[in-house]
Design a protein around this ligand. Structure first.
Ligand code: NAI
Length: 243
């Protein structure tokens, strides 16, 4: 069991990649704080996963909700060893057509949300002299992507924050890394036209979309002791995409 006696907080835990990660982490012995604003599905999933998990209905872009949840969750489980900042949204439009509201919304969730969650959790990690933080970037943040000014900006910012936090927190025993997934079969890409998804498969060396488990396995590696000498790294899990 690679996460025996560990407590992990995973955001965006009700669906897609986050839910796959919750299941992997539970299988490896972790207790998991599931965070998502999808209360209905989140509660259902937590119910099926049993006592190893606790679900918190929280919008990560709301600082007060995040602070209260982290305090309650740390009290419930006694500590927080691992944070996976996985929650994210898209509001796609080309630059010329992008509404300011959609630009702001994506920044609030994908960027501010990661900042709020990390700032709330890090004091617990510092106190115990150990922590693993995993941030979710994207191929869009690395290469840019048509129609994703807002999203690509946040996912590139994740890389900058990851490298900065690895420098600040390494001396406190905390490793900070990012995963940059390629196009992965979840509700996020279901919104994209089939034609575009086929094109994405075509420019991927492995000629397929990612599965949520492909990304969850990378989170697991970076959360486990197997990656104890890795920090400030961006792990591309994209099937060898050439964008
Ligand atoms: P998804 O849409 O299937 O799941 C995202 C989850 O985050 C949902 O459960 C949603 O309710 C939750 N969420 C969204 N906003 C929230 C908020 N403000 N507060 C709390 N929870 C919130 O998406 P998917 O594909 O599982 O994405 C997970 C992460 O992976 C995201 O950060 C995404 O940007 C990233 N990613 C996904 C890729 C893909 O192709 N699916 C590619 C590259 C990165």
């Amino acid at each position: 069991m690679r996460l025996q006696n560990k407590v992990a907080m995973i955001t965006g835990a009700a669906n897609g990649i986050g839910l796959a990660a919750v299941k992997r982490f539970v299988d490896e012995g972790a207790k998991v704080i599931m965070v998502d604003y999808d209360k209905v599905v989140g509660e259902q999933m937590a119910e099926t996963l049993g006592e190893q998990v606790a679900f918190y209905a929280v919008d990560v872009s709301q600082r007060q909700q995040v602070n209260e949840m982290v305090e309650a969750a740390a009290k419930h489980f006694g500590k927080i060893d691992i944070l996976v900042n996985n929650a994210g949204i898209t509001r796609d439009a080309t630059l010329i057509k992008m509404a300011e509201e959609d630009f702001e919304k994506v920044i609030q969730v994908n960027l501010n949300g990661v900042f709020y969650c990390t700032q709330a959790v890090v004091p617990y990690m510092v106190e115990q002299g150990f922590g693993k933080i995993i941030n979710t970037s994207s191929v869009s943040g690395v290469y840019g992507n048509f129609g994703q000014t807002n999203y690509a900006a946040t996912k590139a910012a994740i890389v900058g924050m990851t490298k900065t936090w690895s420098k600040e927190l390494g001396r406190k025993g905390i490793c900070v890394n990012a995963v940059a997934p390629g196009f992965t079969a979840t509700s996020m890409v279901e919104k994209m036209p089939d034609k575009v998804l086929k094109q994405m498969e075509g420019i991927t060396s492995l000629q397929r979309l990612g599965k949520p488990d492909d990304i969850a396995n990378a989170y697991l590696f970076l959360a486990s002791h197997e990656s104890d000498y890795i920090t400030g790294h961006v792990l591309h899990v994209d099937g060898g995409i050439m964008m």
